[in-house]
Design a protein. Sequence first.
Lengths: 336, 281
Amino acid sequence: MSDPQAIRVENLGRVYKIRAVKKGEARERVALTDVNLDVPRGELFGLLGPNGAGKTTLIKILTTLLAPTTGRALVAGYDVARQAPEVRPRINMVSGGESSGYGLLTVRENLWMFGQFYGLDTQTTHARIDALLEIVGLADRAHTKTSDLSTGLRQKMNIVRGFLTDPEVVFLDEPTLGLDVGASRDIRRFVRQWMAERAGRTVLLTTHYMAEADELCDRVAIINAGRVLACDTPANLKRRLQREALFKLETSPLVNGALTTFQTLPGVRKVLHAPHDGFSALDLSLEADSALSGVIGALTAHNASIISLQKREPTLEDVFVDVVGMSMTEAEKHGD
Amino acid sequence: MTTLVNTRPPDRGWRLFLRTIVARAYPRVVGQQREKAWIFFETFLPFLATVGYIYVYRAMQAPEDYIGFVVMGGAMTAFWLNVMWSMASQLYWEKESGNLALYVMAPNSLMAILLGMALGGMFATTLRAVIITVLGSLLFGIQFQVSSYLQLLVVFVLTMTALYGLGMLLASLFLLWGREAWQISVALQEPIYFLSGFYFPIRSFGFAIAMSASIVPLTLGMDAMRQLVFATGPALGFLPVQVEVAVLLVLAVGFVAAARFWLSYMERRAIEEGTLTDRRR
Ligand SMILES: Nc1ncnc2c1ncn2[C@@H]1O[C@H](COP(=O)(O)OP(=O)(O)OP(=O)(O)O)[C@@H](O)[C@H]1O
Ligand SMILES: [Mg+2]
């Protein structure tokens, strides 16, 4: 009966029809193309991708709010398109920056209301509200009107709403979007603690914060322009890059011409250049440490002096650049 | 988090349906008392309009029961305002705030959400209608002469069912058609006030117009209630009360059934097209 996979996604595609602004312009927007994913129960799975990658579209399909155009998806063993009534009691979702509930109600009243929609009895609901508010540090705000909460506190209430129904699979769509460091940390800690205490429960989280995915997720899928480009544990994803040598280099200001020279040097795989006030920051990806001498030689040839040089470990950011072919920021400019 | 363990499995089926209705009615009942502006809007404005008409009628030396008609019309205006401003446009706002997606995603039915909105609104507004009636009656010395309390109750319940059924239907249609539908209904507000006979008996319009105005449930509902409550009511009534009850019954069933149909149609289409949420989310 109970599927060992919390989520199965098979050849999933979604195309939106859009109103053409000009004649002859595309009337369709492809949001997802041939997505395949399996998320076993008990996993904290991350979807990492820039704006417009298709993360929210995938979450909407998995939460029965959007029909797939092609392929199919199962959540907790049930088809999201054909068996929505079976899926719905088993899931919940929280989105970043959501303004759900009613501002005139208190935190407790709002949470109670959403609990009722899932058929929870009032006693259980209040016991859970107390326990969850305590953990996210909102217990003293139970009687505050929701409209009086700050963004961070409001999102903590939303998080409690999502977990209140003790769902088998929870979908978090950029849950820390726009929150300060402290509130984000509290929410990540809450999710980790919940996963630790509720064996077999699954969380699928989307983010475009690399560090969040790295720190929190058991496995991560990198998604860009509607396609899943890589999917593995953060450690394995980074290990694939271990063959490369990564350096952070700060020099006196460089002209753009210098950059083209670097890119053609033997053993240089990729150079990212960020000009700053008074200095240039370079991110070098080399085939081996030995290629560094060529770069330093070229710098001298351009009369640039080295301010600092640091070897570093690969991050998910590097993995992203490696599989997508550009940085997250560049991909976001590309996107819409 | 050990308290998370269920003490009892969650309700499904009709129990969940009832829970959902009560939970969605709750913010209506509580919220309407907390929002001082609404109290002003839904009690004071209809009351002012009522007083205005009363002075006009007094100046014209209209029959004394007309004053009573006006007070009742003022009280019923509170329900109409509630349906137009807090019912018809409500799903549209729920979509903007992101609640609609959560309602669809939850295991309840959207119909229960709409019913909760309607019952909550009805309950909260009844308080206002009572205030207007009592104040108006005391201030202007209205003479009531109720011929049958049972019939009065039946007419009131049917009128409310049909009226809020219409509100539920409009709510689903607005969601589908967006702001345009909203603007049309705002434009229709005044003509409907006039034609529904909030401040005079619709009989004065002649049969054809009065009959067309009867599509708005308050028209016949008010006419029947006036016939049952005032001494001269039956003489000024449009149709016999029994006929009006029958029409109201048809309207009530029709509107609620249509709301149900459009709601599930709207839900299906929105899931296909991806319009359940605001484009920004
Ligand atoms: N309702 C819609 N109608 C038309 N196009 C849409 C709709 N929703 C999303 N899109 C388009 O589909 C693509 C994927 O959007 P989606 O919201 O899934 O991306 P995302 O990864 O969640 O991005 P973000 O980080 O900005 O939230 C984008 O090109 C977007 O413009
Ligand atoms: Mg998104």
